[in-house]
Design a protein around this ligand. Structure first.
Ligand code: SF4
Length: 445
């Protein structure tokens, strides 16, 4: 049986342009894991990556060429419209093809897909175990229920992520990192309870965080290093550093196995403040940048978000990173429900004081599957009419009652990069030189 996995991520990246198909971009780990599980069971798997198309006009020919029995589409909320358009084209091209929609949006907002006649099945949860078993019944139509619930896999026993599915090089999360840049995931889920995010994570991955053993993670990393090389690494887990024992074991194996290249990961301010020694060890082993969810510089707002951190921890975490020479990628939001302009300015002040290497502002966006999304819907606050507006950018208005004109002005203060950061970045650029450009030129795709 032939399965085409369809990646509809054109909301952020768009279709290919200027006669060039993109050679860089990120791979989708969910699809790559599904691919390896399907291949292990003998299915023929191919990828339709909409980012590689010049427009919708190409899709029917690709579908005819791939000739799949089943198309599986992963959907993030912001890509819903693209996914629905793709499903329609699949059915128009060959209505015998069965279409399955999965991913976070299908899991938390399955009701939006139930009446879509171009989608035969809505897959909720994780697919590695359940999808290969269900495909027979899906193809013949023997499975009558439109909703299929995926069982949770043991991350130590499913096959390694199939990095060959995407024919692109991964683009470094920050330009100072050298290619080949590799993204990896060690676990799924998050034990924290921020209301702008949860319970979506728990709905998709279950109430407990699952993480593969460090040994297995390193085995895959070693294989990848041998196959495509590794000059920098990003561990994608939502909150890798919450598991101090895992991180300590990782550091030990990373060094012992001769890995010296820089890596980046996400962290929370409270964890950094409580474990400065851990971050010192991480820095010694190659930690080059932390992506930190500071979110707000105002305590009432942090409490409202149920972030579980304090403003003081935000400042102290930044100080620790600065002292250790760890670059800061600062995630923060403005325009949170009930936030006043003065409270928003507390965040602006915080970011100006922290002087992150990379400030990453967003206007608060009600994200489907989260508690705060439900609140916004219940109180008629959401201004989002198209799914593509779920992208978390600091440009379009997202909710009622927010003075976006004020916020845009305030944002200018944080997006003006201070001289010290400019200098830091310039030194990084000089060190990198033309390395990535030359690497891209010489790489055989
Ligand atoms: S925002 Fe981050 S820390 Fe909070 S629940 Fe979501 S993934 Fe976890």
């Amino acid at each position: 049986m032939r399965i085409a996995l369809l990646y509809p991520a054109i909301t952020m990246d768009g279709f290919a342009q200027n006669g060039m198909r993109p050679r860089t971009g990120w791979i989708h780990h969910g699809l790559c894991y599904i691919s390896s599980s399907l291949k292990k069971e003998g299915f023929a798997v191919s990828l339709i990556d909409l980012r590689q198309l010049f427009g919708w006009g190409e899709l029917p020919d690709i579908i005819k060429k791939v000739d799949p029995d089943v198309v599986g589409i992963t959907i993030m909320s912001l890509d819903f419209d693209a996914a629905a358009a793709a499903a329609k084209i699949v059915k128009e091209t060959d209505k015998s093809i069965k279409v399955i929609a999965g991913g976070i949006h299908a899991t938390v907002m399955g009701s939006e897909l139930m009446n879509n006649t171009n989608i035969d099945y809505v897959f909720k949860g994780e697919a590695e175990i359940t999808l290969p078993k269900a495909l027979g019944g899906i193809q013949t139509g023997e499975i009558k229920e439109k909703i299929i619930i995926g069982a949770q896999p043991d991350l130590d026993t499913i096959p390694f992520v199939d990095r060959t599915l995407f024919s692109i090089l991964e683009a470094p999360v920050s330009p100072f990192l050298k290619m080949p840049f590799i993204t990896a995931t060690a676990g799924r889920g998050c034990r924290y309870n921020c209301n702008f995010c949860q319970p979506a994570e728990r709905t998709l991955f279950g109430p407990k965080v699952r993480r593969m053993s460090v040994e297995r993670f390193m085995e895959e990393l070693t294989l990848t290093k041998n196959r495509i090389g590794l000059n920098s690494l990003m561990i994608h887990d939502d909150c890798l550093v919450e598991d101090v024992n895992w991180v300590e074991r990782f550091l030990s194996l990373y060094s012992r196995k001769g890995f010296k290249k820089p890596f980046v990961c996400q962290a929370r301010a409270d964890i950094i403040v409580k474990n400065p020694g851990l971050f010192k060890d991480m820095k010694k082993c190659g930690l080059a940048m932390l992506l930190i969810g500071f979110e707000s510089g105002n305590q009432r707002v942090l409490n409202l978000l149920r972030k579980g951190t304090t403003v003081e921890q935000n400042y102290r975490a930044a100080m620790i990173c600065k002292r250790l020479g760890i670059r800061i990628f600062a995630n923060f939001m403005l325009g949170i429900p009930s936030e006043t302009n003065r409270e928003a300015m507390d965040t602006v002040k915080m970011i100006k004081r922290i002087k992150p290497y990379m400030p990453s502002p967003t206007f608060y966006t009600p994200t489907p599957g989260s508690e705060l999304f439900e609140y916004c819907m219940k109180h008629g606050l959401s201004l989002i009419t198209e799914h593509e507006n779920y992208k978390r950018n600091p440009t379009a208005p997202k909710i009622k009652g927010v003075d976006y004109q004020f916020l845009r002005k305030a944002l200018q203060e944080v997006t003006t990069i201070p001289y010290s950061v400019k200098l830091y970045r310039k030194i990084d650029r000089l060190k990198l030189g033309r390395f990535n450009k030359n690497f891209m030129k010489s790489y055989k795709f």
